[in-house]
Design a protein around this ligand. Structure first.
Ligand SMILES: [Zn+2]
Ligand SMILES: [Zn+2]
Ligand SMILES: [Zn+2]
Ligand SMILES: [Zn+2]
Ligand SMILES: [Zn+2]
Ligand SMILES: [Zn+2]
Ligand SMILES: [Zn+2]
Length: 303
């Protein structure tokens, strides 16, 4: 904030008529005097004489060369009592002006009602007493901690932090199947990494393999696939069943030789041991079929 070159005449407790600048009618911080004795702010007088050659009050000739600082007026103004320029904003402080306004400046340097600019976000006109609150709770440049990954990040970046970008959240992941956010359909669904597998267990876009024909489909399409592909599924089960039977028949000689080579089980009588062995060896081959015993029932109707 630039230092003002004058003091608002309305702020003074005493009468100020005799001390007013002849050009702006406020009280000069650095008074300058013309040759005629009339005085005003140094800045006002210098500006006036760039285009004019006479005193605005008495019309006497005036030139820049004749202008000199008015120590007398400066001393008079320094001894006046002034209300704080932030009176309208709530400050009730009164103080002497002081040399070149030093006492006023000292007060303004700590006045709770002084308007300041936030050094971080450059927001203007924040009262000094409100600045700590602005920094802590409002300023978009304040640092906040991401609740997902514990990273410190500027508040203004938090909304975009969850997605890719300059600083993506390490604690969050977007659904790999392209789910959308429920509230904002234009945004991808983002979940905590710890919750990602739980989401994928119900995610409608998760690719699943059909248990019967092996086709890979999104979960949302699987129900329709099972409904629409019933005939093809029965076909493929029948084919699978036939192939299984052929394989079993081909392997039969193998079982026989295995049984012949196997030493008799010591704990069981001869024929019982053979039966056990047959059941054991066969079970290795048919286990796959037994787990689909319901499917068997169905396919026998077609065979
Ligand atoms: Zn002035
Ligand atoms: Zn004059
Ligand atoms: Zn004040
Ligand atoms: Zn700020
Ligand atoms: Zn984060
Ligand atoms: Zn999903
Ligand atoms: Zn299928």
């Amino acid at each position: 904030m630039a230092t003002p070159t004058s003091f608002d005449a309305d702020l003074f407790v005493e009468s100020t008529e005799a001390y007013k600048c002849i050009i702006c009618f406020d009280l000069p911080r650095f008074p300058s005097e013309l040759a005629c004795g009339h005085a005003g702010c140094k800045s006002c007088v210098d500006q006036w004489l760039t285009a004019r050659t006479s005193c605005p009050t008495c019309k006497a000739d005036a030139t820049s060369a004749d202008v000199k600082p008015s120590g007398f007026l400066a001393n008079l103004i320094a001894g006046l009592t002034m209300n704080c320029p932030n009176r309208q904003l709530g400050c009730d402080k009164r103080t002497l002006v002081g040399k070149e306004g030093k006492r006023i400046d000292d007060h303004l340097a700590e006045c709770a009602f002084q308007r300041l600019t936030c050094a971080d976000c450059h927001a203007q006109d924040i009262l000094r007493r409100d600045l700590p609150g602005h920094r802590a709770d409002v300023c978009p440049r304040r640092l906040v901690t991401c609740g997902h990954c514990e990273t410190q990040i500027e508040a203004r970046g938090l909304a975009g932090h969850s997605n890719a970008g300059s600083m993506p959240c390490q604690g969050l992941a977007a659904c790999p199947n392209g789910c959308h956010d429920q509230k904002d359909r234009s945004m991808p669904l983002v979940v905590k990494i710890a919750d990602l597998s739980a989401h994928r267990a119900v995610c409608p876009g998760e690719p699943l393999a059909c248990e019967i024909c092996g086709t890979t489909l999104e979960r949302r399409l699987m129900e329709g696939h099972l409904r629409d592909s019933a005939l093809q599924h029965v076909d493929s089960l029948v084919r699978e069943n036939k192939a299984l039977k052929v394989r079993l028949a081909q392997q039969q000689p193998e079982y026989k030789s295995m049984m012949a080579a196997a030493p008799p089980l010591p704990m069981a009588a001869g024929s019982d041991a053979k039966t056990l062995m047959v059941i054991y060896v066969m079970s290795q081959g048919v286990r796959a079929m037994l787990v689909r015993v319901d499917v068997w029932t169905l396919t026998f109707l077609f065979v």
